[in-house]
Write a protein that binds this ligand. Sequence first.
Ligand code: DQA
Length: 143
Amino acid sequence: MKRILVIHGPNLNLLGKREPGIYGKVTLLQINNELKKIAKKRKVSLIIKQSSYEGEIVDLIGKMKNKYDALLINPAAYTHTSVAIRDAIAAASVLTVEVHLSNIYSREEFRQKSLISPVVKGTIMGFGPKSYSLGLEALIDLL
Ligand code: DQA
């Protein structure tokens, strides 16, 4: 059975309450439950983590070798700032899909660059919680 790690970055634990006009009313628990349903149906194992700490995310990615076959990540605000997370993904050389609830290119200028996109297989954004399900399905198809 293929093993997929899901990482939710900072503030995504607040989904549902956080800026609902931008991120919607769906909670992280609901997103995770939908991902678990897909994993069950498609017969892959899923481990889901949320962290607001850059170093912890770097460590999680660094320890993926021999434990996971793919990574689904929403780096949240670190998308725009974290050379460390980008380098961790590049070093892990594991199949990775980046997702965002919002379309970062339709938002403030400081969000209109992802340091992560150049080192991942693909990026899905702008579809709200559906970005996650599309990203997971894409990963499973590729595995
Ligand atoms: C986000 C977009 C980021 O700019 C922001 O900092 C987030 C969430 C998204 O999913 O749309 O926290 O990654």
